[in-house]
Design a binder for this molecule. Structure first.
Ligand SMILES: [Zn+2]
Ligand SMILES: [Zn+2]
Length: 349
């Protein structure tokens, strides 16, 4: 079977690998749609911790169950599912709490230790229905299914801000994770939902998912606009999904005192930041002085995302900008790299 193997920065090769066996408690999935994730681009651009070389990359996918292990009763051959291949230790404290993504010895498909979804088939060492596998609704396409993972990351980030109905919210960065946060915040009933990005295409998608105010960060001062829109008060919640030193600092500038910032972006650059010092000429720009609550956000709310997609709050047509066959994996990655022109690039095998 064919798979896109990661060998290092700018080195992905479609090769033949061995077809997997399901194992007693696992399954084999025929991949129908797999998304290129923003986080796949980090190891594609530069050396990046964790990513295993010599393994198939890709962790956002959906497809058909084609084989199940002898002890698996929760799914059957022919089921259409979203899933994420993982192998937790089942022993550590986080595994005991069934929080498998935080397992200290986790092996994750497409990231480290297990083959991922840019392949014809994926092996799941373990099937935990409604944990790492969810059956798709009949109304959901395979691409909708592959969106459960990235939309779920944004969904979790939105939830963790604790936004309430009537709040003013802004999402920095309208990549797929930011768009997931937009859809979820809208669903949570925020009254004024702002989104900033430098891509017209991504801003248009944000509008379709419910954003009230679009801010083109290439043309406009985002902090000033947020302050204007809130009569100088600042936003109740900010989701930082852009991942630049500037946007991190702006999130502090634009949130109101006692407001919440959810940091969900992955940062490629290291930068200096003093939490207690305001910047010159901007007295209210200190994390400490403004009593800001800042949440790191990692992982996903797969069920929350499934629910949004099932209810039609996010549809594949709104966010999938390109589709490539597996053989064109390099083109798929290069297209996803062009953040102005792409939203979510999908690969079909
Ligand atoms: Zn992802
Ligand atoms: Zn564990």
């Amino acid at each position: 079977m064919k798979a896109a193997i990661y060998y290092g920065p700018r080195d992905l090769r479609v090769e033949e690998i061995e077809y997997p066996k399901p194992g007693d408690i696992g399954m084999v999935l025929k991949v129908r749609a797999a998304g290129v994730c923003g986080s796949d681009l980090h190891p594609y651009k530069q050396k990046w911790e964790r990513y295993s070389t010599g393994m198939a990359i890709g962790h956002e996918y959906a497809g058909d169950v084609v084989e199940v292990g002898s002890k698996v009763t929760s799914v059957k051959v022919g089921d259409r599912v979203w899933g994420t291949a993982l192998k937790p230790c089942f022993k550590c404290e986080r595994c005991q709490a069934e929080d498998y993504l935080q397992c200290k010895d986790l092996k994750a498909g497409g990231i480290n230790g297990l083959h991922g979804g840019f392949a014809e088939y994926v092996w799941f060492p373990v099937v935990l229905l409604d944990r790492n596998v969810i059956k798709l609704a009949d109304t959901m396409s395979y691409q909708d299914g592959a969106l459960i993972e990235p939309i779920g990351v944004g969904t979790l980030a939105a939830k963790r801000t604790g936004a309430k109905a009537g709040d003013v919210a802004i999402v920095l960065g309208a990549g797929i994770v930011g768009l997931g946060a937009v859809a979820k915040l809208k669903d949570m009933g925020v009254s004024k939902l702002m989104v900033s990005d430098v891509s017209e295409k991504r801003l248009k998608a944000a509008k379709e998912l419910g954003a009230d105010i679009l801010i083109d960060a290439a043309k406009e001062d985002v902090v000033k606009r947020v302050m204007d829109e809130t009569s100088g008060r600042g936003a109740d919640v900010v989701v930082e999904g852009a991942g630049k030193p500037a946007t991190f600092l702006q999130s502090i500038d634009m949130v109101r005192p006692f407001g919440t910032i959810g940091v969900v972006a992955t940062y490629e650059e290291t930068f200096k930041f003093n939490p207690s010092l305001a910047r010159p000429g901007m007295p209210m720009t200190s994390l400490v002085r403004k009593n800001i609550r800042m949440n790191g956000c990692y992982g996903l709310d797969a069920h929350g995302s499934f629910d949004l997609i099932k209810r039609g709050k996010v549809k594949d047509k709104q966010v999938v900008s390109h589709v490539f066959p597996l053989d064109k994996i390099v083109e798929a990655f290069e297209t996803q790299m062009n953040a102005r022109d792409s939203i979510k690039v999908m690969v079909e095998s």
